[in-house]
Design a protein around this ligand. Structure first.
Ligand SMILES: Nc1ncnc2c1ncn2[C@@H]1O[C@H](COP(=O)(O)OP(=O)(O)OP(=O)(O)O)[C@@H](O)[C@H]1O
Ligand SMILES: [Mg+2]
Length: 272
């Protein structure tokens, strides 16, 4: 059997694994003994009530805060103590729930920062952006549809374009794994549809995706698998179909009305 495993390709290994991860703030467990695998090429959707620990889980995975228990593995390496910058070099990047960016710089300059940190042969202490990184920044802006506002000052952009800008900055580093925290929070239905198409495009380009979202039609449409958190714990992991039938999820998160609407949506999609 050992001989059979030796030839196994990397695709079988999870790209990201959280093993028994906990993070406390004071006495409160924001994330509690959570384990999770993300396979290469998949889209994992994370949902759960406000304060469930979704963003904290992202913060732990992306090196913004250290877990007080457990281990995070990325691409076969233990990255529990890795910095966000080191993770970016390895191919793991994220976007934020609230718009983050350099307000007084142009859209293009913001994306260049992402492209710069994605450079494998980063020049320290200089800030020299390679021609390749510049190309990646332009490509990322084209992909998300920001080419027309590349020279606009970021603080003047509407929320929708700022969301896209965070995605472009992340994509400019050519990640293997893109983690998005509420990519459509605060957007209107038309904008949500556009971001949905964009995420599909990103996924088709081979990027593995983990996304947090309260907009359930977005989460269900894009995710191969869904995880629901509550009080720092995983209370559900599986298909969207199973989600709307899960008593605990309906009780603590979806509510009867929303789960019924979601059920119809899933059935409609399956019939198409
Ligand atoms: N830096 C921090 N210091 C203290 N408590 C924190 C900190 N960050 C998060 N918390 C607490 O941890 C818990 C989980 O918060 P978190 O932001 O991870 O939830 P969430 O699932 O992302 O919620 P939402 O859907 O509202 O974004 C909350 O009770 C929150 O108040
Ligand atoms: Mg959050």
């Amino acid at each position: 059997m050992a001989a059979m495993n030796e030839g196994r390709d990397d695709g079988a290994r999870p790209l990201l694994a959280c093993e028994d991860v906990s993070k406390h703030y004071g006495a409160m467990a924001a994330v509690s003994r959570l384990s999770l695998d993300v396979r290469p090429g998949e889209v994992l959707g994370i949902g759960g009530p406000n304060g469930a620990g979704k963003t904290t889980l992202f913060d732990v995975i992306t090196g913004l805060t250290a877990p007080d228990q457990g281990r995070v593995m990325f691409d076969g390496r233990d990255v529990t103590k890795a910095s966000p910058q080191a993770l970016c070099h390895m191919g793991l990047v994220r976007t934020f729930q609230l718009n983050a960016g350099y307000d007084t710089l142009t859209a293009r300059e913001n994306v260049l920062v992402g492209a710069y940190f994605g450079q494998r042969n980063i020049v320290i202490p200089g800030f020299r952006v390679s021609a390749q990184a510049k190309r990646r920044a332009e490509d990322a802006m084209d992909l998300v549809g920001l080419a027309d506002v590349r020279n606009a000052i970021v603080k003047n952009l509407p929320v929708y374009q700022r969301k896209l800008l965070m995605m472009a900055s992340a994509l400019a580093s050519e990640p293997k794994l893109l983690m998005m925290d509420e990519p459509v929070g605060g957007l209107n239905p038309h904008e949500i549809d556009d971001v949905m198409k964009l995420v599909e495009r990103v996924r088709r380009s081979g990027v593995t995706i983990v996304l947090i979202e309260h907009v359930m039609r977005f989460l269900v449409a894009l995710s191969d698998r869904v995880m629901i958190m509550h009080h720092g714990e995983k209370i559900y992991e599986g298909s969207s179909e199973g989600l709307v039938r899960d008593k605990t999820v309906v009780e603590v998160y979806l509510g009867a009305g929303a789960s019924q609407r979601l059920k119809h949506l899933i059935e409609e999609r399956r019939a198409r």
